[in-house]
Design a protein around this ligand. Structure first.
Ligand SMILES: [Zn+2]
Length: 285
């Protein structure tokens, strides 16, 4: 087993929040759909407890508002609660005012529900790029200390292939304070980055291949690895969204039934802790 402690993260949202379905389901209709995120997240809490893993839960304010007991369970079990925005709108589609209002609302709801300060943020669909670096100014103004909102790969929906691949301090400054960005892990070959941080790639590849890539990353980079996934990825029974494109459906529904087993293998094969613990608490890292 590798000695490096890695960061486990989950983005707490439901199957109907994903950006790929935004043309098919309006946010005003979310409340009419079957809520499955609560049950699926309790299942993840069970797994994390079984394997003695602490995780960061980047949670939508929209979910926290509806599932206050879930939020209490997350923090009572020693996990880190963080923000994934209120309403899962991609940051680069918002004005600065819209972004600030949504973020402040999510932070307030999460802090009220948990009784804890919220210092971590992940943008929906990794939606930070050269067009909206003002996101970091607003995060600092609202008291955030880190963000994990960038994926340095080429992708049709997001991605900043030329941005840093590892944890770094952003150039923005607010009242002498700085903020750090923790990009999703990538492997680099022939000048090109490939995503290895979780999500669709992890569901697509057989476990042994993902493991080989993670092991190669840990060996070559000597950096902590971080993994992200979603509660809906372990839920093959979720209602199917009609009218979505073939590509969106393929990405969303691929290998859902295999996901829980693969996550369990990750929990067994590596050491994990929260983002805050891995990247912020140990200044020597
Ligand atoms: Zn999300």
């Amino acid at each position: 087993m590798s000695q490096i402690i890695n960061a486990m993260t989950v983005d707490i949202e439901d199957y109907f929040h994903v950006a790929a379905f935004e043309k098919n389901i309006a946010p005003t209709n979310w409340s009419n759909l079957e809520l499955r995120v609560e049950k699926n997240t309790y299942r993840l809490l069970e797994l994390f407890s079984q394997y003695k893993v602490k995780s960061t839960f980047f949670t939508l304010g929209w979910v926290a508002e509806r599932c206050p007991n879930l939020i209490k369970a997350i923090v009572e079990q020693g996990h880190e609660l963080a923000s994934h925005s209120y309403a899962h709108q991609r940051a680069f589609t918002q004005t600065q005012q819209e972004f600030r209002d949504d973020l402040a609302k999510s932070k307030q709801i999460l802090e009220d529900a948990s009784g804890q300060a919220i210092i971590g943020y992940r943008a929906p669909s990794f939606s930070v790029n050269d067009s909206n670096t003002w996101v970091y100014d607003i995060l600092m103004e609202l008291g955030f200390e880190y963000s994990s909102s960038t994926y340095p790969i080429e992708h049709d929906l997001y991605g900043v292939p030329n941005w840093p691949r590892f944890k770094y301090e952003r150039p923005e400054c607010y009242q002498n304070k700085k903020i750090i960005e923790i990009p999703v892990p990538t492997s680099r070959k022939n000048g090109k980055n490939t995503g290895i941080g979780g999500g669709g790639y992890f569901r697509l590849y057989p476990y042994w291949l993902s493991k080989r890539r993670i092991d190669a990353y840990l060996k070559a980079e000597q950096q902590p690895y971080s993994f992200y996934f979603h509660p809906w990825e372990i839920d093959p029974e979720q209602p199917k969204i009609s009218g979505a494109s073939v590509k969106s459906k393929l990405r969303h529904y691929l290998n859902l039934s295999k996901m829980e087993g693969k996550v369990i293998r990750l929990l067994e094969d590596y050491q994990w802790n929260t983002m805050k613990s891995v990247y912020l608490d140990d200044v020597a890292k």
